[in-house]
Design a protein around this ligand. Sequence first.
Ligand code: NAD
Length: 359
Amino acid sequence: MAEKIILLPGDGIGPEVTEQARLVLEKAGAKAGLSFEFEEELIGGCSIDAHGTPLREEVIEKCRGSRSVLLGAVGGPKWDDMPVDVRPEKGLLAIRKALGLFANLRPAQVMPALVNASALRPEIVEGVDMLVVRELTGGIYFGEPRGRSGEKGNRSAVNAMVYDEHEVARITRVAFEQARLRRHHVTHVHKANVLDVSQLWMEVVDEVAKEYPDVELAHQLVDSCAMLLVQEPKRFDVIVTGNLFGDILSDEAAMITGSLGMLPSASLAEGGFGLFEPVHGSAPDIAGKDLANPLAAIQSAAMLLETAFGAKEAAGAIRKAVTDVLDAGHRSGDLILPGESRETVGCKRMGELVLEALA
Ligand code: NAD
């Protein structure tokens, strides 16, 4: 029976990269004995244009009735002046909340062929392979009380960082399960020297760690973690942390790789349901020109196969195909370094090259 996947290509380069990811998913899935039924829906600016809202309830319902969601990107200058509540990005927050996507997984891996793309020295980044597991539906972005009060001269604002132990325990388990698939090491990032919330995290992470005696655990203050990430990024395997620290550190980890167009992500709900999307935005500057790098979206498809269907070999085959294409010297515009003279490969062609390498 065909497995239902909802495609939400979104805005800008979203549709271009999602199409290549779909083709690769279909081919790699077929090799693993999986067949997919795709249904495309609107999210973000295109949904505002068509329906006046960035995300409709019926789209959420379709997602709930599917095995997984593959998303492109949302947003663009056309919608930048709209009220915050109906901006394209609101669609992303709404879908995360509606689907209970509490665990955000962001791998940051430096591929040998792209070691010079990083702003850091090659000997520092060579071999970097880490995964940031960020809690996505709690913490300071959602905590109450929140808001502003007072008039000019007497203004104040408040946001509250709130976590309960259930939220901490479930994200910690995701991190430990991921570590078991990798190098068996988890770093919990916190600010327990000043925050009560972090002290709760320390206690709960330690308790959950007892269920995973085969995985090593370290606790790291968020400020020193930010420094270590650029000084010695290779020391990290899995990082687990709350929403705010994870937001910042996952972007820092991403930049170590130096290539936004390469980075996939997964956002998971309890029970394994997930939404998979590239880390990059809608890149309006290159949209519709066949210039986008589809490899982040394609690697998001690999995460989908692995996480939602347990199809590890098929996911590995996609990653190997991507590596082979890069090793053969093919580069989209974003991967060409200043001063390098190479032919630029377009979005479609890059997708074709991966499909050929998969065969
Ligand atoms: P961006 O990621 O869209 O682009 C940053 C730069 O990287 C641009 O120069 C772009 O051309 C380049 N780039 C990004 N992805 C690329 C790819 N796959 N191939 C080649 N080059 C690529 O970030 P931005 O410019 O800050 O934001 C543009 C729009 O995207 C905004 O509306 C923003 O709100 C939205 N956005 C959406 C998401 C999302 O949907 N998850 C994430 C970030 C930003």
